[in-house]
Design a protein around this ligand. Sequence first.
Ligand SMILES: Nc1ncnc2c1ncn2[C@@H]1O[C@H](COP(=O)(O)OP(=O)(O)OP(=O)(O)O)[C@@H](O)[C@H]1O
Ligand SMILES: [Mg+2]
Length: 347
Amino acid sequence: MKPAEELRKQPCYIVAIETSCDETSVAVVEDGTKVRSNIVSSQIETHRKFGGVVPEVASRKHVETITWIIEEALREARVSPAELSAVAVTHGPGLVGSLLVGMVAAKALATALELPLIGVHHIAGHIYANRLVGELEYPLVALVVSGGHTEIVHVQEEGRFRILGLTRDDAVGEAFDKVARALQLPYPGGPHIDRLAHEAKESITLPRAWLEPGSYDFSFSGLKSAVLAVLNQAKMKGEALDPAHVARGFQESVIDVLVEKAVRAVRETGARQLLLAGGVAANRGLRTELAGRCAEEGIPLVIPPFEYCTDNAAMIGAAAYLKYTRGQFSSFDMKAEPLLSLEEWSV
Ligand SMILES: Nc1ncnc2c1ncn2[C@@H]1O[C@H](COP(=O)(O)OP(=O)(O)OP(=O)(O)O)[C@@H](O)[C@H]1O
Ligand SMILES: [Mg+2]
């Protein structure tokens, strides 16, 4: 293993690979903060006709594209293989078949170039996408809102994660997609709900799942059922219900709970920053509401640019740097772990 001084020597170029779901992405990140390249190939068009990601199809698509995306990321970064410092790869959580494609590619590349291998937790990547924006101040709280996760994470110091609350059923992005489907909107539905909610002049009132007093957990399945019940009742009575009013009511309910719990977590832990992470961070209503509340409360809020909110390999390179500088490399026996724990991945 390299000595600590050598690991802190700059520049450090990490080539990072992300294939945990339906985006094939490879990036080169310099010193954990500067994105030299970040190539993302989305499979969304392929999966749209099925109304969701089909795991076997996703793995096959990753196999077809990964090699040329690695080549393109290295070419665009203008970094030669000899200059690379490590190979990072998402090893969980995610779809096992998709994860495996990235891992096999990463192990092959690391073996061929005699580089250390760094396994990265996908959600640590989403959180450390914020490191690509600027310096982070600890302790901090991250609100993770994505297609598969909804979590409030306390980061006491660099790379040390503690989950304060998480969803007990659907992830927030999943709830957006299911409600969109009920409103006969295309997949993925989140952006369509967001647009309709923005256009709506009125909203229907829907419940908020606060759960037990003091809980940081979330639950969105009751809200989804409430939307379905409202739609069914209107259909049975032959009443016309404006989908935009439903979209706005649903979005308002989700945002109220997310913002309230995130702000309370910042207050109760004495955090110095609130980070937003994951694909639902693109939601206009959420960004506006969170920015307004944080301004009122004097909480510094960090939101990454959209390209670093959805799945991308640059965020994996940023998180990998935490392990790189500590010499915490992974074994070549590393397995794909669909249910990998964030807390255990801490540095
Ligand atoms: N403007 C928006 N408003 C609400 N939801 C949105 C918006 N844009 C995207 N989404 C939702 O974000 C989700 C995708 O986010 P992301 O790419 O982070 O998920 P993922 O990577 O599949 O999940 P995970 O990171 O948990 O494995 C989808 O459910 C999509 O509907
Ligand atoms: Mg993701």
